[in-house]
Design a protein around this ligand. Structure first.
Ligand SMILES: Nc1nc2c(ncn2[C@@H]2O[C@H](COP(=O)(O)OP(=O)(O)OP(=O)(O)O)[C@@H](O)[C@H]2O)c(=O)[nH]1
Ligand SMILES: [Zn+2]
Length: 205
């Protein structure tokens, strides 16, 4: 197995103090982390988020997508529940990398949607590989998850990778005028399940 545990430490956040567990994927050189809250071992399914890296949304305040809002909401909910894990997966741009994502955004500035842009660059719409998740879960003693996602294909891909998903928990936050079209494309072309009435009214504008 190419996932190796390297180190862990405390990580204080606005929502509480998590334990940050760092892993090295020796096959790709990617460094993944899990933010753990409470005792996540045992048979009771664990509230979890498998969050794919989005530098622009998670760290640079981008309103082009909903990633940063989902990241914060997931940490808040895990903290509120007192038990859960956020896996931060270094699969930037649905697996095509940051610089290719910028190229895809450039094509989207010219009118392509998120799927067409990937395809024009010679990539599939979603290049992510979830086989890294199970070894990290096993290290933490997580047996099954209540997965926060709007993406049923992610649920299927995780199950195919051996991850027991006990439940899908919707995570609809962060809709704004800049990402409306992007969210529509995710629903229309990528199978995401989102309902207008489930968006919080205080989302970014
Ligand atoms: N290639 C590409 N990647 C994008 C684009 N917008 C966001 N991303 C990446 O998409 C990933 C997040 O995927 P989403 O489809 O938004 O969400 P998801 O994780 O599959 O589904 P949820 O669990 O519901 O959030 C992150 O890696 C982002 O960097 C885009 O326009 N093009
Ligand atoms: Zn994003």
């Amino acid at each position: 197995m190419s996932i190796e545990f390297v180190a862990q430490s405390k990580l204080p956040t606005p929502w509480g103090v998590f334990t940050m567990v760092g892993f090295d994927d020796t096959a790709t050189g990617k460094e993944h982390v899990a933010l753990v809250c409470g005792d996540v071992t045992g048979a009771e399914p664990v509230l979890a988020r498998m969050h794919s890296e989005c530098l622009t949304g998670d760290a640079l305040f981008s309103l082009r997508c909903d990633c940063g809002f989902q990241l914060q909401e997931a940490l808040r909910r895990i903290s509120e529940e007192g038990r859960g894990v956020l896996f931060y997966l270094r699969q930037e741009g649905r697996g095509i990398g940051l610089l290719n994502k910028i190229k895809a955004y450039h094509l989207q500035d010219g009118g392509a949607d998120t799927v067409e842009a990937n395809e024009q660059l010679g990539f599939a719409a979603d290049m992510r590989d979830y086989s890294i998740c199970l070894p990290m879960m096993r290290h933490l003693g997580v047996e099954s998850v209540r997965l926060m996602t709007n993406n049923p294909r992610k649920v299927k891909a995780l199950e195919l990778a051996g991850v027991p998903v006990a439940e899908r928990v919707p995570l609809q936050v962060g809709k704004n005028r800049h990402n409306e079209h992007y969210l529509q494309t995710k629903m229309g072309k990528l199978g995401h399940m989102m309902q207008e009435e489930h968006f919080k009214t205080d989302d970014a504008s």
